[in-house]
Design a protein around this ligand. Structure first.
Ligand SMILES: *[C@@H]1O[C@H](CO)[C@@H](O)[C@H](O)[C@H]1NC(C)=O
Ligand SMILES: *[C@@H]1O[C@H](CO)[C@@H](O)[C@H](O)[C@H]1NC(C)=O
Ligand SMILES: *[C@@H]1O[C@H](CO)[C@@H](O)[C@H](O)[C@H]1NC(C)=O
Ligand SMILES: *[C@@H]1O[C@H](CO)[C@@H](O)[C@H](O)[C@H]1NC(C)=O
Ligand SMILES: *[C@@H]1O[C@H](CO)[C@@H](O)[C@H](O)[C@H]1NC(C)=O
Ligand SMILES: *[C@@H]1O[C@H](CO)[C@@H](O)[C@H](O)[C@H]1NC(C)=O
Length: 410
């Protein structure tokens, strides 16, 4: 299968996603729900080897170097249950992600634990992480997917801090959680393209007329200087159309092929990291793309829905058409060519299985919960990009935690 041909085709389908979900203040658009080419992608899902009945051995068998943490499967395990927090136990969750509170009837989606094939992930310990982060800043930088990962991290870590020793501070485009007794902060910085763009306002951003400044990053990056742990992402905003309006230097606005533009933007990002980051004191991570589940025909041949009413993970193998190999490879190549080590957290495959993890109709749209009329039209209004919390992004943070634990910060 030639991924790039599919990617191209896919690019033309993304306007629906972005216009309806990521943008504020856009009128409803006609949506292409049929996926005439999806049959090409349909595969038989072979059951993966069962791994039930494992016991959890804390730290005894974990090795970030010796084990591929990103290959494994989702298990239900009474001895090491998920979720690690609940909607009620974490006061910092936004309404966008609290699916149960927003009416989602099932809850199994919260209960899966990621089990790498040849090791165990370390048990998440909030105090241990806070100790690692003492006198440090951990910053998530990117789009709304990254914001969810930040929210997840705040919920995971906040239980380790006494009630009167923690607070949340909003300073757009930043959100900052402070654990006072550790002098540690967990921050989010909105920069959906990483480089500068006309979508940089934290709430008033338009997706239709996007314009990206491919070689300009300074306005953002000066806010990242000296941050001890930086975690980046950038993908979905690029995927609106096959072309994107952009500038380089003083050259005026031109339409660029999206992969070309992405490569140039990441080059600007890489140059900043290489020239600014002190690898002995700072760490940088890049989250691989977060998959979407927009077309149920990809996992259930002939069906016409999306992620709505999905309550069980896909039993692999599975790779959705929304996940561009070409774009992923650009990230990988960029990182390989850098002087400073940046760790790619390859969460795409493990998240591909989780068609059950999205917010679907149990979320907000332009700041309001969906109306019952909207809820009755999940194909139009279901959000199959963002994730419920507790949920899949907690696992991304468990993986990040494993790296922070074993590549101890100085
Ligand atoms: C990410 O992991 C998947 C499967 O685990 C693998 O197929 C893919 O090549 C990896 N991608 C990168 C960029 O390392
Ligand atoms: C634990 O690690 C050993 C090698 O050190 C390996 O042989 C064994 O399969 C691992 N067990 C699990 C459950 O991953
Ligand atoms: C608190 O943390 C900041 C970095 O986040 C650091 O610059 C400062 O020195 C720390 N304060 C103390 C008293 O260690
Ligand atoms: C680029 O901008 C021009 C002028 O605003 C517009 O007509 C065109 O559709 C835009 N191209 C893309 C790919 O958005
Ligand atoms: C959800 O799926 C179940 C089968 O898994 C089906 O019985 C039910 O009617 C579906 N609900 C809706 C609202 O589509
Ligand atoms: C970067 O990673 C390579 C191997 O992945 C390692 O050999 C090297 O020591 C690392 N460099 C730094 C500065 O951490």
């Amino acid at each position: 299968m030639k991924p790039s041909a599919i990617d191209r085709h896919l690019l033309t389908l993304f306007p629906f996603i972005l216009a309806s979900l990521i943008v504020i203040g856009v009128t409803r658009i006609a949506i292409e729900t049929s996926c005439s080419w999806c049959h090409v992608l349909y595969r038989l899902f072979l059951p993966i080897s069962s791994s039930t009945g494992e016991t959890f051995e804390e730290f005894t068998n974990v090795s970030v170097h010796g084990c591929n943490l990103f290959e494994g499967n989702w298990v239900l395990d009474k001895n090491n249950p998920r979720p690690l927090y609940t909607e009620d136990s974490c006061p910092y969750l936004t309404r966008q992600v609290t699916c149960r509170r927003n009416g989602r009837p099932d809850s199994l989606y919260q209960k899966w634990r990621w089990k790498p094939n040849s090791c165990e992930l370390p048990r998440f310990d909030a105090v241990k992480l806070l100790t690692i982060l003492r006198n440090k800043r951990l910053m998530f930088i990117g789009d709304s997917i990254q914001r969810t990962q930040w929210e997840s991290m705040v919920c995971l870590i906040q239980s380790g801090v006494a009630d009167n020793k923690k607070f949340l501070h909003k300073d757009p485009p930043r959100k900052i959680f402070v654990a006072e007794e550790f002098n540690a902060s967990i921050e989010f910085y909105w920069a959906p393209f990483l480089v500068e763009s006309n979508a940089d306002h934290a709430t008033k951003h338009r997706v239709q007329k996007r314009m990206v400044r491919l070689d300009s990053i300074a306005k953002h990056s000066h806010n990242w200087e000296g941050v001890d742990v930086m975690v980046f992402d950038s993908y979905i905003w690029w995927m609106n159309k096959p072309l994107i309006n952009a500038t380089i230097g003083s050259v005026g606005i031109h339409e660029y092929d999206v992969p070309t533009a992405y490569r140039l933007a990441l080059r600007a990002w890489a140059q900043w990291i290489d020239s600014t980051m002190n690898p002995h004191k700072q760490k940088a991570f890049f989250m691989s793309l977060s998959p979407t589940h927009l077309w149920s025909s990809e996992w259930r041949y002939g069906s016409k829905g999306n992620c709505f009413n999905e309550s069980y993970p896909i039993q692999g193998p599975f790779w959705g058409a929304g996940s561009s190999h070409e774009m992923m490879d650009i990230v990988k190549e960029t990182i390989l060519n850098m002087q400073v080590n940046v760790t790619l957290l390859n969460i795409t495959q493990l998240s591909e299985f989780r068609k059950d993890g999205h917010t679907s109709i149990y979320t907000e749209r332009r700041g309001k919960l969906l109306t019952s009329k909207q809820k009755s039209e999940p194909v139009l209004y279901g959000d199959c990009i963002h994730w419920c919390l507790p949920g899949v992004p907690d696992t991304w943070n468990e993986l990040l935690y494993a790296y922070l634990l074993y590549r101890n910060l100085s």
